[in-house]
Design a binder for this molecule. Structure first.
Ligand code: AMP
Ligand code: ZN
Length: 467
């Protein structure tokens, strides 16, 4: 079956064909590390996690690069406000970012280059643009001349007719109607303090857009398969990346551009500047597990807005419980009659349905619909004891295969906890055998406080984590 993506560049659904056989090279714009990322940011990283996991499910080898923007107007401003060096300031948020990725079960990319480690590559690219007459200097600042790059505006569908020649914009972020020559390099100013590089093109620092052009091409080559980000990255960031990269090399930069829609709160984009944001940490403090946030961020199609509410998070937790209970009940099932072909039918139907849905531009809601129908069908057979052991194994195999994409069963706690729980359960069983019920109840309370739920079954005591 063919995998298709809606390519923002062409605005059509296109069959995905990598440049290089079954190898996929993709670049995903990463965080500006000046604060804890909010869950709107993680919506973008979650969509990219689904993308990379599904590509792997389809048998592709993925090489994903995500940059860390550790130098820009905001990192300089806030490190100075705190009175610490830029590096000390950004290191703290880089560390937090990786912790949050683990909490959300987001698989690591192959590379996480930091902008401050790639200044020479950025300077080289600016020199190429100067040589190609696509850049110019004003008082030590360098700008890209957008009117000299004929395809400028194609990605964001800009109307170029009203542009004023020579108008310039120095800040990294601006609206479509301010499209103008943008900064590639910013000359040092007093307010930058000790943040500067002495380079062949002068003393200063890079603009934001050149970071991604230089680092993506360093790690993935001049021309690669997929570039992603949130929809707000499309203009000006990605438009400018195309101009810089193609302007420097004369080659096509990227084949497929994929953008995810916003996570919104009460109808508005969740953003730091608006103040309507939750960091992942704030949600965890309300006693939601990371995996419930993962489910919530994952479950809406990436090109649809996702309205964040706590009732949505509760619903995510309930769905997750159904999913994990399904797996643990199936694991402890000890077999019954053969289903007479019903299990195989359910398995084949689900395997095909899951792939058909995700092949269609990562239609995750369709895929989850298939998964929960499958859970219902197999649960029914199991409850009626009409599932043989070999059918049970096949059913488990399939849900585990689905889980390589969905990743809803990971544990963030250490394995030590499992051992501790098993130990306490053994002590409780012993206490009960000795009719020391007070001690047994005490252990149960201790486990409850640890978020462990016990279930006494005919096969012995089973336990699960409270979601
Ligand atoms: P930033 O740290 O602001 O550069 O953003 C990092 C990533 O998060 C980018 O890919 C943005 O497009 C994305 N992003 C920011 N806010 C939201 C939001 N509310 N919903 C979805 N993606 C977002
Ligand atoms: Zn970028």
């Amino acid at each position: 079956m063919a995998l298709k993506f809606k390519n923002t560049f062409t605005r059509t659904l296109e069959e995905f064909k990598p440049i290089d056989d079954n190898k996929v090279r993709m670049y995903t714009c990463g965080p500006t590390v000046y604060n804890f990322a909010h869950i709107g940011n993680f919506r973008a990283y979650m969509f990219e996690d689904l993308l990379r996991r599904y590509l792997k499910y389809k048998g592709y080898e993925v090489n994903q690069v995500m940059n860390l923007t550790d130098i820009d107007d905001k990192t300089i401003r806030d490190s100075q406000a705190e009175g610490v060096s830029l590096k000390e300031f950004t290191d703290k948020y880089i560390k937090a970012f990786f912790e949050d990725l683990d909490t959300l079960g987001i698989e690591r990319a192959e590379q996480y280059p930091a902008a401050t480690d790639h200044i020479p590559e950025m300077v080289d690219m600016i020199k190429k643009l100067l040589a190609n007459d696509l850049a110019y200097e004003v008082d030590g600042n360098y700008y890209f001349k957008i009117q000299s790059f004929e395809p400028y505006g194609k990605l964001a569908n800009l109307d170029m007719s009203g542009l004023k020649a020579g108008a310039r914009v120095a800040s990294d972020e601006y609206e479509k109607d301010s499209a103008s020559d943008f900064a590639l390099w910013k000359a040092w100013e007093e307010q930058d303090g000790d943040v500067f590089w002495e380079t062949e093109i002068g003393k200063g620092r890079p603009g934001w857009h050149i970071e991604c052009s230089a680092m993506s091409m360093k790690f993935l080559g001049n021309h690669f398969d997929i570039h992603t980000g949130g929809i707000d990255n499309m203009f000006p960031h990605h438009e400018n990346e195309i101009a810089q990269s193609e302007g420097a090399t004369g080659e096509k930069f990227v084949n497929y551009w994929l953008h995810c829609e916003y996570l919104i709160v009460e109808g508005r984009k969740m953003s730091k500047s608006m103040g309507n944001f939750y960091t992942l940490r704030q949600i965890l403090e309300k006693d939601y597990p990371g995996v419930a946030v993962r489910y919530l961020l994952l479950a809406t199609h990436y090109r649809q807005q996702l309205n964040f509410t706590f009732s949505g998070l509760d619903a995510a937790r309930a769905a997750l419980e159904r999913y994990t209970d399904f797996i643990s009940n199936l694991e402890s099932y000890e077999g019954g009659d053969d289903s007479g072909g019903a299990a195989t039918e359910a398995i084949d139907k689900a395997a095909a349905g899951f792939e058909t849905a995700l092949d269609d531009d990562l239609n995750i809601s369709g895929a989850l619909g298939v998964v929960f129908d499958y859970i219902r069908d197999i649960n029914r057979l199991r409850a009626e004891n009409k599932l043989s052991l070999s059918e049970k194994e096949k059913a488990l195999e399939l849900i585990k295969r689905f889980d390589s994409v969905l990743n809803l069963t990971y544990q963030t706690e250490s394995g030590d906890l499992d051992a501790e729980v098993d130990d306490l359960i053994a002590q409780r069983t012993e206490a009960r055998k000795n009719k020391d019920f007070a001690r047994a109840d005490e252990i149960r309370d201790q486990l409850t406080a640890m978020g462990i739920i016990l279930e006494d079954t005919a096969q012995g005591v089973k336990w699960k984590r409270k979601l």
